[in-house]
Design a protein around this ligand. Structure first.
Ligand code: 13P
Length: 237
């Protein structure tokens, strides 16, 4: 059963969320679909019917950090997941040091972590693997005593594929995801799930579904449309 993670990013207003919830009412498979709305709307999702996560957490637990939201505050809103290290946050705010601290906080507080990794531009297979290896090591090294096969999931999102409509071909994707899984198994002795993210849509999902080793998807744009997400749910096995 593959995971379907819906990253709304900084989209949708209150009315849109209400319409969205009316449209998906009772039709979502709670155990495998996770919604990541903006913080003001986390409470709009009834946690009896939906799994909900945050798109980020603060690197600190409390204190004078203007504009941040702590893991404890987010837990009070009912999150059970968080995304950490999304490329859009790495671009403006987060470096490897902050990402490592955030993973530590999330896992210490029993919040499941979707750790995003991915290269900025199309690279050779060797260059891609070496880039991903470094992102994995930076995130894992200080947290290895906390990470297990149930509390951390990798989302491989090549940055050039996000929002562009262009995705890696099946062969490349298969090789890259195999590399990630094998590398983590060999280096850290963990069987970690790997999601794919980047321009996942109704018109490419059948093709992506041919890649058996993908454990699910992190979906941006297409997750904003309730009918698309319901159709994707029916196509993702
Ligand atoms: P798109 O599906 O819009 O390309 O976004 C992917 C993404 O960044 C999900 O986190």
């Amino acid at each position: 059963m593959k995971l379907i993670c819906c990253n709304f990013k900084m989209n949708l207003l209150k009315k849109d969320i209400e319409n969205y919830l009316n449209n998906i009412n009772n039709k979502i498979e709670k155990e495998r679909v996770i919604f990541f709305p903006s913080i003001p709307y986390i409470e709009s999702f009834n946690k009896e019917n939906y799994l909900v996560g945050s798109q980020n957490i603060s690197f600190n637990e409390f204190g004078s950090i203007t504009g941040d939201t702590s893991i404890h505050q987010l837990k009070e809103l009912g999150i059970t997941y968080t995304i950490i290290g999304h490329s859009e946050r790495r671009k403006y705010f987060d470096d490897d040091k902050y990402i490592s601290k955030k993973i530590n906080l999330a896992l210490n507080n029993n919040i499941k972590t979707i750790l995003c990794i991915g290269e900025l531009e199309k690279l050779s297979e060797e260059e891609t693997n070496s880039f991903l290896k470094s992102e994995i090591d930076q995130a894992f090294l200080d947290n290895i005593n906390l990470i297990n096969e149930n509390n951390l999931i990798i989302a491989y999102e090549p940055i050039w594929a996000i929002g562009s409509g262009v995705i890696p071909d099946n062969n490349c994707l298969n090789n890259t995801i195999s590399f990630i899984k094998n590398y983590i198994k060999e280096s850290y002795n963990l069987n970690i799930k790997v999601l794919y993210g980047g321009s996942v849509k109704l018109d490419n999902i059948d093709n992506l579904e041919k890649i058996n080793i993908i454990d699910g998807y992190l979906i941006g744009g297409a997750s904003l449309n309730p009918s698309d997400i319901l159709s994707l749910q029916s196509k993702i096995k």
